[in-house]
Design a protein around this ligand. Structure first.
Ligand SMILES: NC(=O)C1=CN([C@@H]2O[C@H](COP(=O)(O)OP(=O)(O)OC[C@H]3O[C@@H](n4cnc5c(N)ncnc54)[C@H](O)[C@@H]3O)[C@@H](O)[C@H]2O)[C@H](O)CC1
Ligand SMILES: [K+]
Length: 464
């Protein structure tokens, strides 16, 4: 059985395949497993309707000939369009076993894209690109085998400007990075993994596993469940929102430190205090700190951040705290740290920590090492990274999350999980992301950040 959560680079996939071959499985056998597994899915989608398989020159095309043969054997009407002859021995063999004659173009219900997979090295040339687009218009369902043709397997970049949007992508043997990275992720449609027997690859990135969350002990009290200190700032609403989320994120007690009079939207069950100074340094009950939402970027904000980080408590930094962060502020820390940047804030951290790595995954991994903490690189393809372990990708969440205040909610949830203290900071960060996503799924379309908070108790219930 494949390791169902691992996400491989094209090179790691080749290495995994080579190990299987060295252990006695032939490439023909691997292609047969891949093609048969994919054909099972195509068979169900086609439901007896006409299928067109577009075959390229490499082994992705080879998979296509296996699919065409298996479908024909099962009585499905199938045609093959092959703009390039097979170039690998195993693909030539697969074409021979199919035994049919390709057509120049075709119409039908289901288009199966076996033009290129992990071997694509440059944009589709004009004729191949035109053919792919024309065929996509001539069908109603679009299935990509291994990867949609025209994307880079490792970066998720689209190598051609316009590509079809697929209904289903069948990953062969293991997920590739592009299955979970934008912009490619957006054209994949549903994703399914076809098992071909690939073993776990050491050091591979993974998909975050759905967690089981903590339930308070029978004898729990509010402090035992974790006291979270939220540090307010110049724009007080953001701290209130993060605190409201944190109150439903597992912690037993959330205290917002703010010297603003008349804070907006403070529920009666949120405790508000003034200056955090003495408490953070002296109150042993404080299990974690959140700083950044609404903090502001003034000199005063900088010195508050510096002081809070020097307290060496488990800390989540978000928003303005990420822009103000300097390497010296982290020098004497040993407590867990979680940073939650969006793309712009990630750039700011990259500048502060002198990281010029252009590849996003590499950059996130490198920065997690540099800060010696957990980095949650937020976006439509959120990555969570921590030193000395492979990064994980969070499953896609509703795009309605692209609204003001949802970042404050996420920071509050992660900080709340950190305050609970039942897991590592790496896992607490993932738990927060899962809660956030689940609440978004439940909040329906066009929700506001407050609407998201309202769904948190039910979302928590989904992980018990
Ligand atoms: N890895 C496995 O365990 C298995 C993978 N299978 C399938 O094989 C492909 C990868 O096959 P490969 O032959 O390496 O690559 P492709 O088929 O994607 O194509 C490479 C082929 O195309 C040429 N090429 C690259 N870019 C272009 C371009 N823009 N225009 C024209 N030609 C291009 C390149 O020179 C090569 O000749 C993987 O995705 C799976 O689908 C097997 O089924 C077995 C198991
Ligand atoms: K393909």
């Amino acid at each position: 059985m494949d390791a169902p959560n691992q996400i491989l680079t094209a090179a790691q996939m080749r290495a995994g395949e080579e190990r299987l071959i060295a252990d006695g499985t032939s490439v023909t056998e691997l292609m047969e497993r891949a093609g048969r597994g994919a054909a099972d899915w195509v068979f169900r989608v086609a439901a007896g309707r006409k299928v067109t398989v577009l075959c390229g020159p490499g082994n992705n095309g080879g998979d296509g000939y296996v699919i065409a043969r298996v479908l024909a054997e099962r009585g499905v009407p199938v045609e093959v369009v092959a703009p390039r002859a097979p170039t690998t021995d195993v693909a030539k063999e697969a074409r021979k076993r199919w035994g049919g004659e390709p057509v120049v173009t075709a119409r039908g219900a289901v288009l199966v894209d076996c033009l290129f997979g992990t071997g694509l090295s440059r944009p589709l040339s004009g004729d191949l690109h035109r053919l792919l687009i024309e065929l996509s218009y001539a069908h109603n369902h679009w299935i990509a085998v291994d990867l949609p043709s025209g994307i880079d397997a490792d970066s998720g970049e689209l190598l051609n400007d316009v590509l079809p949007v697929y209904s289903l992508t069948l990953a062969l043997g293991a997920w590739k990075l592009a299955h979970w990275m934008m912009p490619a992720q957006a054209i994949m449609g549903d994703l399914r993994l076809v098992d071909i027997g690939v073993e776990p690859e050491e050091g591979a990135a993974g998909l975050s596993e759905r967690p089981t969350l903590f339930v308070p002990e029978r004898d729990a009290h509010k402090y035992a469940r974790g006291l979270l200190a939220v540090i307010g700032g110049a724009m007080p609403g953001a701290g209130v929102l993060a605190s409201r989320a944190a109150m439903h994120g597992g912690a037993g007690y959330v205290k917002l430190y703010s010297d603003h009079d008349g804070l907006p939207g403070v529920p009666p069950d949120l405790v508000v205090a003034g200056d955090p100074m003495p408490a953070l340094a002296t109150d042993p009950r404080i299990a974690a700190v959140l700083i950044g939402p609404g903090l502001g970027r003034s000199e005063e904000a900088r010195s508050v951040l510096s002081w809070v980080l020097a307290c060496d408590l488990p800390t989540v930094c978000d928003a303005d705290a990420l822009v103000l962060l300097e390497p010296e502020m982290l020098e004497d820390r040993s407590a867990p740290l979680v940073l939650t940047p969006h793309a712009g804030e990630l750039d700011a951290i990259g500048n502060a920590f002198a990281s010029s790595e252009p590849d996003r995954l590499e950059q996130v991994t490198e920065l997690a090492e540099a800060i010696e903490g957990v980095l949650v690189a937020k976006g439509p393809d959120t990555i969570v990274a921590a030193p000395g372990r492979p990064p994980v990708f969070m499953p896609p969440a509703p795009s309605w999350l692209s609204t003001a205040g949802t970042g404050d909610v996420l920071a509050g949830l992660i900080a709340s999980q950190l305050a609970v203290g039942e897991t590592s900071a790496f896992q607490a960060a993932q738990n927060g992301c899962w809660l956030h996503r689940e609440a978004a799924l439940r909040a329906g379309p066009a929700f506001s950040a407050s609407g998201l908070v309202a769904q948190l108790p039910a979302a928590y219930g989904a992980f018990l």
